[in-house]
Design a protein around this ligand. Structure first.
Ligand code: SF4
Ligand code: SF4
Length: 466
C-alpha cells in the first residue's frame, strides 16, 4: 500500500515514493500470490540455488566461477581467463550489451522482474520475511505508526536480525565468487588478523546489503540502476511490457447498484496500486520509469477480474501498439531481425571462445641488440625472449622448435613444463651459418603442446649485409 495520493495527476511531477518536499515515502506493498508470482518464485528459487551453490563447485581443483579482480584471475564456466584475454572480454561485453539492449527493446524489463538479484532477494527473501513477522501491508503500517512497545521491539528486532543474517550470507557468497571456496574457508577458519582485508570486506558487504534491502529498497531500481535509466531510450511502442489495457478498462469506476453509465472493466479498486513494490499506478501509462515489470499488478487485477466475473488480463504483458490495435503479440519481422543479429553475435563470440588456445605466447627479439657473429664457427645469432602463459587448468608440456637450418641455444633453463595458470619467461639464441639467410627475412618458431596443438610465431632475424 502506497502513501501516495493518487486522486490527481501529481505523479507526473515527482517520484511515487517521494513527497512534494522531496521526503521519502515508505511503500508497503500488498501481499499477492497469483499464478505469475508462483512462477516467478519457482524461477527465483532455481536462480538462488545456482547462486549459492555454484561457488562450492570446482573443476580440476579450481572454482567453476571466479571473479578475482585484485589478482586479475577470472574463471567462467570452468574456463580461466587472464588479462591477455582482454579482447575476448571486450567482445563479450559488447555482445552482452547489444544482447541486453535488443532484448530490452523487444521484451522490456523482463530481466528486472524475473532475474535481477535485487528483485529476487527483495521479493523472495526480505519481503517474505517481513510479511511473516510483521503481517500484511496494513499490519506493517499499523506497527510502524504504533508507539514502541514489547511487541514492536520483538518484531522489529527479529526482522532486522534475520535481515542481517541473510545479508551476511549473501556477502559471504559474493566473497566466494571473488576469492574462491578454498580461500574463503581459510578466511572463516583462521584468525581474522591473518585475513584482515577479507574479513573487512565481508562486513562492509554485509552492511551494504543490509542497508539496500532493509532501507534503500526500490530506490536502487528507481535512482541507482543504470539499466533502469536506459529504459527510456530503449523501449518503444512495440516493446512488450506490463501494460494496462486502457481501451478495455476506461472509463474506470466503482461498481455500484443502479449505475447505468457506460463503464470500462476497471472497477478502480486500487488493488493493482497497493501491491506494487515501487508504489506506482500502472494505469497512468505504459513504460513508467519506476515499473520493474514484477507482474504483481497482473496477478492482483486478475484476482479482481475473477471476483467481478470479467475476462482476465486487463493488465497483461503486451505492447502499447498491441493494446491500441487489438492485435495479438506475434513474432514480427523486427523481432526476427534482432534475434538473427543476436544469433550472429553469439556465434562469433562462441567461435572465438572455442578456438581460444590453452596458452598465450609472446616472442620478442631482445630490444637494443642486433646480431652476434661467431667468426670461428662462421655463425650468426640473434637473441630472443619468449613468454608463455599456460591458460589451462592443467600443467602443460611444450616443445619449441625453429625451422631449419636455424637452431635454438637456450640461455638458462628452456621452457618445457609449465604449471597451470603460470607464466614462464626465457631467453634463447637462434643461430644459423653465415650467408644462409637473407637479412630481414622472417623466420618461424613452432610451439607444440602435448596434445599436438601448435602455434607458429613469426619473427625477424637480422645479420650483416653480404
Ligand atoms: S486491480 Fe484492475 S480493476 Fe482494480 S484498479 Fe487495478 S486495473 Fe482497475
Ligand atoms: S506497475 Fe505492476 S509490474 Fe510495474 S512494478 Fe508495479 S506491480 Fe510491478
Amino acid at each position: 500500500m502506497s502513501n501516495i495520493n493518487l486522486d490527481n495527476d501529481d505523479y507526473r511531477n515527482h517520484l511515487y515514493n517521494q513527497s512534494k518536499d522531496g521526503k521519502r515515502l515508505w511503500i508497503y506493498p500488498g501481499r499477492i500470490i497469483g499464478k505469475l508470482y508462483q512462477l516467478r518464485s519457482a524461477f527465483a528459487y532455481i536462480l538462488l540455488i545456482a547462486l549459492f551453490g555454484l561457488p562450492w563447485l570446482e573443476r580440476k581443483g579450481e572454482p567453476i566461477f571466479l571473479f578475482n579482480i585484485i589478482e586479475r584471475k577470472f574463471i567462467f564456466w570452468g574456463v580461466p581467463f587472464f588479462p591477455q584475454d582482454f579482447h575476448l572480454v571486450a567482445i563479450g561485453l559488447v555482445t552482452f550489451l547489444i544482447f541486453i539492449s535488443l532484448f530490452t527493446v523487444i521484451f522490456g524489463r523482463i530481466w528486472c522482474g524475473w532475474a535481477c538479484p535485487q528483485t529476487i532477494f527483495m521479493e523472495m527473501f526480505f519481503r517474505k520475511i517481513e510479511y511473516l513477522i510483521e503481517g500484511d501491508d496494513k499490519a506493517q503500517r499499523r506497527l510502524d505508526e504504533s508507539p514502541w512497545n514489547l511487541e514492536k521491539i520483538l518484531k522489529k528486532g527479529a526482522k532486522h536480525l534475520i535481515f542481517l543474517f541473510i545479508s551476511f550470507a549473501i556477502s559471504n557468497t559474493f566473497l566466494m565468487y571473488m576469492v574462491g571456496k578454498r580461500e574463503w574457508l581459510k578466511l572463516i577458519n583462521e584468525p581474522p588478523i591473518d585475513h584482515l582485508s577479507g574479513f573487512l570486506a565481508i562486513w562492509i558487504f554485509t552492511g551494504v546489503f543490509y542497508f539496500v534491502f532493509a532501507r534503500f529498497r526500490e530506490m536502487v531500481c528507481i535512482v541507482v540502476c543504470p539499466y533502469g535509466r536506459l529504459q527510456g531510450v530503449l523501449l518503444d511502442n512495440n516493446s512488450i511490457l506490463v501494460q494496462y489495457d486502457h481501451k478495455r478498462g476506461e472509463p474506470r469506476g466503482k461498481m455500484t447498484k443502479n449505475d447505468t453509465s457506460e463503464k470500462g472493466d476497471c472497477i478502480d479498486c486500487h488493488w493493482c496500486v497497493r501491491v506494487c513494490p515501487t508504489g506506482i499506478d500502472i494505469r497512468n501509462g505504459s513504460n513508467q520509469l519506476e515499473c520493474i515489470g514484477c507482474t504483481a499488478c497482473i496477478d492482483a487485477c486478475n484476482e479482481v477480474m475473477e471476483k467481478v466475473k470479467k475476462p482476465k488480463n486487463l493488465i497483461r504483458y503486451d505492447s502499447l501498439n498491441g493494446i491500441n490495435t487489438g492485435n495479438k503479440l506475434k513474432f514480427s519481422k523486427r523481432i526476427m531481425a534482432y534475434s538473427a543479429l543476436l544469433v550472429i553475435l553469439l556465434s562469433v563470440f562462441g567461435y572465438l571462445l572455442l578456438s581460444r588456445k590453452p596458452w598465450e605466447s609472446t616472442l620478442l627479439r631482445t630490444p637494443g641488440m642486433t646480431f652476434q657473429v661467431d667468426e670461428i664457427k662462421q655463425e650468426v645469432s640473434n637473441l630472443y625472449q619468449l613468454e608463455i602463459l599456460n591458460k589451462s587448468l592443467e600443467n602443460q608440456n611444450f616443445k619449441i622448435e625453429v625451422e631449419k637450418p636455424f637452431y635454438i641455444v637456450w640461455v638458462g633453463k628452456p621452457i618445457s613444463n609449465l604449471e597451470k595458470s603460470k607464466m614462464s619467461k626465457s631467453e634463447f639464441f637462434i643461430k644459423v651459418k653465415t650467408g644462409v639467410h637473407k637479412n630481414h627475412d622472417k623466420i618461424k618458431l613452432k610451439i607444440t603442446n602435448a596434445d599436438g596443438e601448435t602455434e607458429f610465431l613469426k619473427t625477424s632475424f637480422i645479420q650483416p649485409d653480404e
